[in-house]
Design a protein around this ligand. Sequence first.
Ligand code: TRP
Length: 331
Amino acid sequence: MNKNNDIILTGDRTTGQLHLGHYVGSLRSRVQLQEEYKTYILLADVQALTTHFDQPGLIADSVHQVTLDYLAVGIDPNKATLFIQSMIPEIAELTVIFSMFVTVNALRHNPTIKNEARDRGYTDLYYGFLGYPVSQAADIAFCKATLVPAGEDQIPHIETARKLVRRFNELYAPILPEPRILTGERLGGLDGVGKMSKSMGNAISLNASPEVVKAKLTKAKTDPARIHRSDPGHPDVCPVFAYHQLFRKENVDEIHASCSQGKIGCKDCKQIAGEAINDLLAPFRERRNYYEQRDDQVKEILIEGTREARRTARETMLEVREAMGIQYFKL
Ligand code: TRP
């Protein structure tokens, strides 16, 4: 099975359902990676608290929904370990240790933190929010993960994780591997402004019905320079063309040509893109439906996965304490 010894860890903040951007950016590669590598997938509910601490109900509900999203896209619980972050206290412990050797300024200069703080209108930063890359480093290190499939916006966080494990290894003992990131593709939003994101309202959720997908595409922005149907289009700047490229690769050249020559209208083009997306989502809907009827099975998957992750976390924390010489006695 294992081609090499890479260990995969990745996950998502549980602040709502996942969408097509998540699929293209990371879920798709996880489904492939689980076939060959030890794969851990975390439901990052603690990280969700850093921005949604006043909505714990939403977070708990999202744990369930995101689990369904995972199972729907084809994460196989017999191959990947799905677990809940807040149920692994060792991650919190390792976060505290890592937080000793990261500076506030290093975190303040993290571009993803900066952008998120700006988008959320934070003037002063919550301690937990500023520190979430440290907690993310602990997510990665507790299972000695070496490869993290994630979106481009996660690059600074993985860099922080690399620095922290390197520092740990220098200070105490070389027991933690340096992780690498594996970035997926970036998907633009339906509004043609920035990436697909739930908070921007420009996303297609993975559990969208065929009608919703069609309706969303109907409203999608296209090449703004194309006013009349006969105007030549500019597919390379058209948000809908990007969906053709990602979801219906077979006739993408044809669409490119007919759009550039003003032969296909945006309405027809959107309809084809909508069909391609619906074809992708159809098997997801079926699997989601299967698991939606089986709450106990879903719960069992999370219990099993969390138990396994916890065993790994205990072993690593013991090594961490021994490396630091603070494993005073057994309790
Ligand atoms: N920060 C990630 C996101 O916003 C979620 C996450 C938490 C994560 N811990 C992680 C991703 C560890 C990769 C590895 O999507």
